[in-house]
Design a protein around this ligand. Structure first.
Ligand SMILES: N[C@@H](CCC(=O)N[C@@H](CS)C(=O)NCC(=O)O)C(=O)O
Length: 228
């Protein structure tokens, strides 16, 4: 068995990709991708509300103390590999499976561009917005909510424009860019922020979220990040 596996979360199926995650938007991406890619995997719940992400055993595979992470016992050259950062992992899994990441160079780079847009903008800005809008309510003045709310709306506008006339971010093809992004938009329900952000006015966005979730493997993967 690979000594990369954190011993606190033993693998029942050490031959499968081990996923360390939690039921948040970032946490759901990998299980959605793994279902769609039909790669065998095993989920370990890292309870970030209880501080599991700071366990030294977990920090060995994710020095940044965040979910998600993976250990693939059968990495490049057949050697085990552990790594963090969902965009890197999604590209790795795309290459490994030959699915959700176009191989034609122009389409591949455009997909990576939208994937990067998610990790650089959608995640950090909507995450900060959710913090100030839901969790810090009454603890600060309205500055944070207004600043990140304005940026969240601007980003929803960028997505809305991109999705006009397209089924998915890359058009007809469902890719890792969709997998990374739609859980964040779905997460606005959890923040109860739809009215504040005037979400309904971004008319191309919710139909796209529904198209993603209508895919049986995506729906299964979306739930899998909260089940051990
Ligand atoms: N850029 C990272 C972001 C990961 C991230 O922010 N994860 C959050 C959950 S959505 C986390 O682990 N938070 C725990 C903490 O901040 O202590 C990725 O895409 O993997």
């Amino acid at each position: 068995m690979s000594d990369l596996f954190p011993s606190r979360w033993p693998a029942k199926h050490p031959d499968r990709i081990q996923v360390y995650t939690f039921g948040t938007p970032n946490g759901r991406k990998l299980t959605v991708a793994l279902e769609e890619m039909e790669l065998p995997y095993e989920v370990h719940i890292i309870d970030i509300l209880k501080g599991d992400q700071f366990d030294p055993e977990y920090l060995r595979i994710n020095p940044n103390g965040k979910i998600p992470s993976i250990v693939d016992p059968n990495g490049p050259g057949g050697a085990p590999i552990a790594f963090m950062e969902s965009a890197a992992i999604l590209q790795y899994l795309g290459d490994k499976s030959g699915k959700l990441l176009p191989t034609e160079p122009a389409a591949r780079w455009e997909t990576i561009q939208w994937l990067t847009f998610q990790v650089a903008h959608i995640g950090p800005m909507l995450g900060q917005f959710g913090h100030f809008f839901k969790f810090a309510k009454g603890k600060t003045d309205s500055y944070g909510e207004e600043r990140y709310g304005a940026e969240a709306k601007r980003l929803l506008g960028v997505l809305d424009k991109r999705l006009a006339g397209r089924d998915f971010l890359m058009g007809e093809q469902y890719t890792v860019a969709d997998v990374a992004t739609f859980p964040w938009i779905r997460g606005l329900q959890f923040y109860e922020a739809e009215a504040y952000l005037d979400y309904a006015s971004f008319t191309n966005v919710e139909p796209w979220v529904q198209r993603c979730l209508a895919r049986p493997k995506t729906a299964a993967g979306y739930e899998a990040a909260s089940k051990q």
